[in-house]
Design a protein around this ligand. Structure first.
Ligand SMILES: C[S@@+](CC[C@H](N)C(=O)[O-])C[C@H]1O[C@@H](n2cnc3c(N)ncnc32)[C@H](O)[C@@H]1O
Length: 259
């Protein structure tokens, strides 16, 4: 299935901003949830590689692989490869993953875009060595009462729902039963307050990508989307005082066990 948020230059720039925004909280999650001294780790759905380098820097595995199925994101990622970090084209909903088994798998903002999370998590578990660990970080909620932000989020949620996905996949992830080969160690929600200017910038870039989506074109007037884009740009510029937006991030940690 096509990744709804695209892999254009604009989509890559949005992922750079997203990565910068969430790097501190994701780094804390990695350091608290995993050990150092790992042999091989993978970042599932690595995009241009920001989350892969975050993982490599936080836990310093002997080697870290970023897996993605977008060649244009991988072109950007490969330009940053090193002897400790490499990138590989792979559909992460199919196994086996290249170079496995892994000691650690990390996925961030990924299950929102995939179908059948239960089956996908089961597959990911089978790519781990026994004793290996799976770290997942997904959106539980995005808390805001500002009408511009709520309009944007309603459209995005409707678009994802139409293709069988959910923006707020965190509660689904929390409720997924443990697959036979995995045992849940923890599931909790951390909050990350993001300044309104930064949230607006990420939303405006994403709107620039998904406004061309078939569902959005069929159901929304382009002039309404132009207005939404302008309203986001005004918040981004800091001209209007808007409260920060609170992301709730669901973090689930599972260990590979002998089934
Ligand atoms: C929201 S981005 C997250 C990027 C990165 N994990 C981060 O947090 O910065 C989702 C990524 O998943 C990739 N993706 C979507 N479906 C995929 C699939 N079936 N196999 C591999 N990659 C996939 C997209 O190309 C995109 O790079």
């Amino acid at each position: 299935m096509t990744y709804a948020f695209g892999d254009t230059d604009l989509a890559a720039r949005r992922l750079a901003l997203l990565a910068e925004t969430f790097a501190p909280s994701s780094r804390t999650f990695m350091v608290e949830a995993a050990h150092t001294g790992l042999r091989l780790a993978a970042d599932l759905g690595c995009g241009p590689g920001y989350s892969t380098h975050l993982l490599a820097g936080a836990l310093e595995p002997a080697h870290t692989v970023g897996l993605d199925n977008s060649e244009s994101f991988l072109d950007l990622a490969r330009a940053t490869a090193s002897d400790k970090v490499s990138f590989c084209c792979h559909d992460i909903t199919t196994g086996p993953f290249p170079s496995g088994p892994y000691d650690l798998l990390f996925s961030r903002f990924e299950l929102t875009h995939l179908q059948h999370p239960e089956a996908v998590i089961e597959l990911w578990g089978r790519q781990l060595a026994v004793g290996g660990r799976l770290l997942m970080e997904e959106v539980e909620y995005i808390g805001t009462t500002h009408p511009v932000f709520t309009s944007y989020l309603e459209i995005q949620q409707a678009m994802l729902t139409e293709q069988g996905n959910s923006l707020y996949i965190g509660p689904v992830l929390d409720a997924v039963p443990d697959p036979a080969a995995l045992k849940r160690r923890s599931s909790n929600v951390q909050t990350a307050p993001i300044p309104a200017e930064r949230a607006a910038a990420m939303f405006r870039m994403n709107l620039g990508v998904w406004r061309h989506n078939d569902f959005v074109r069929r159901t929304l007037d382009p002039s309404d989307l132009d207005d939404l884009e302008s309203a986001l740009a005004a918040i981004e510029s800091g001209r209007s005082a808007v409260s920060s937006v609170e992301w709730g991030l669901r973090r689930v940690v599972m260990d590979r066990v002998d089934p």
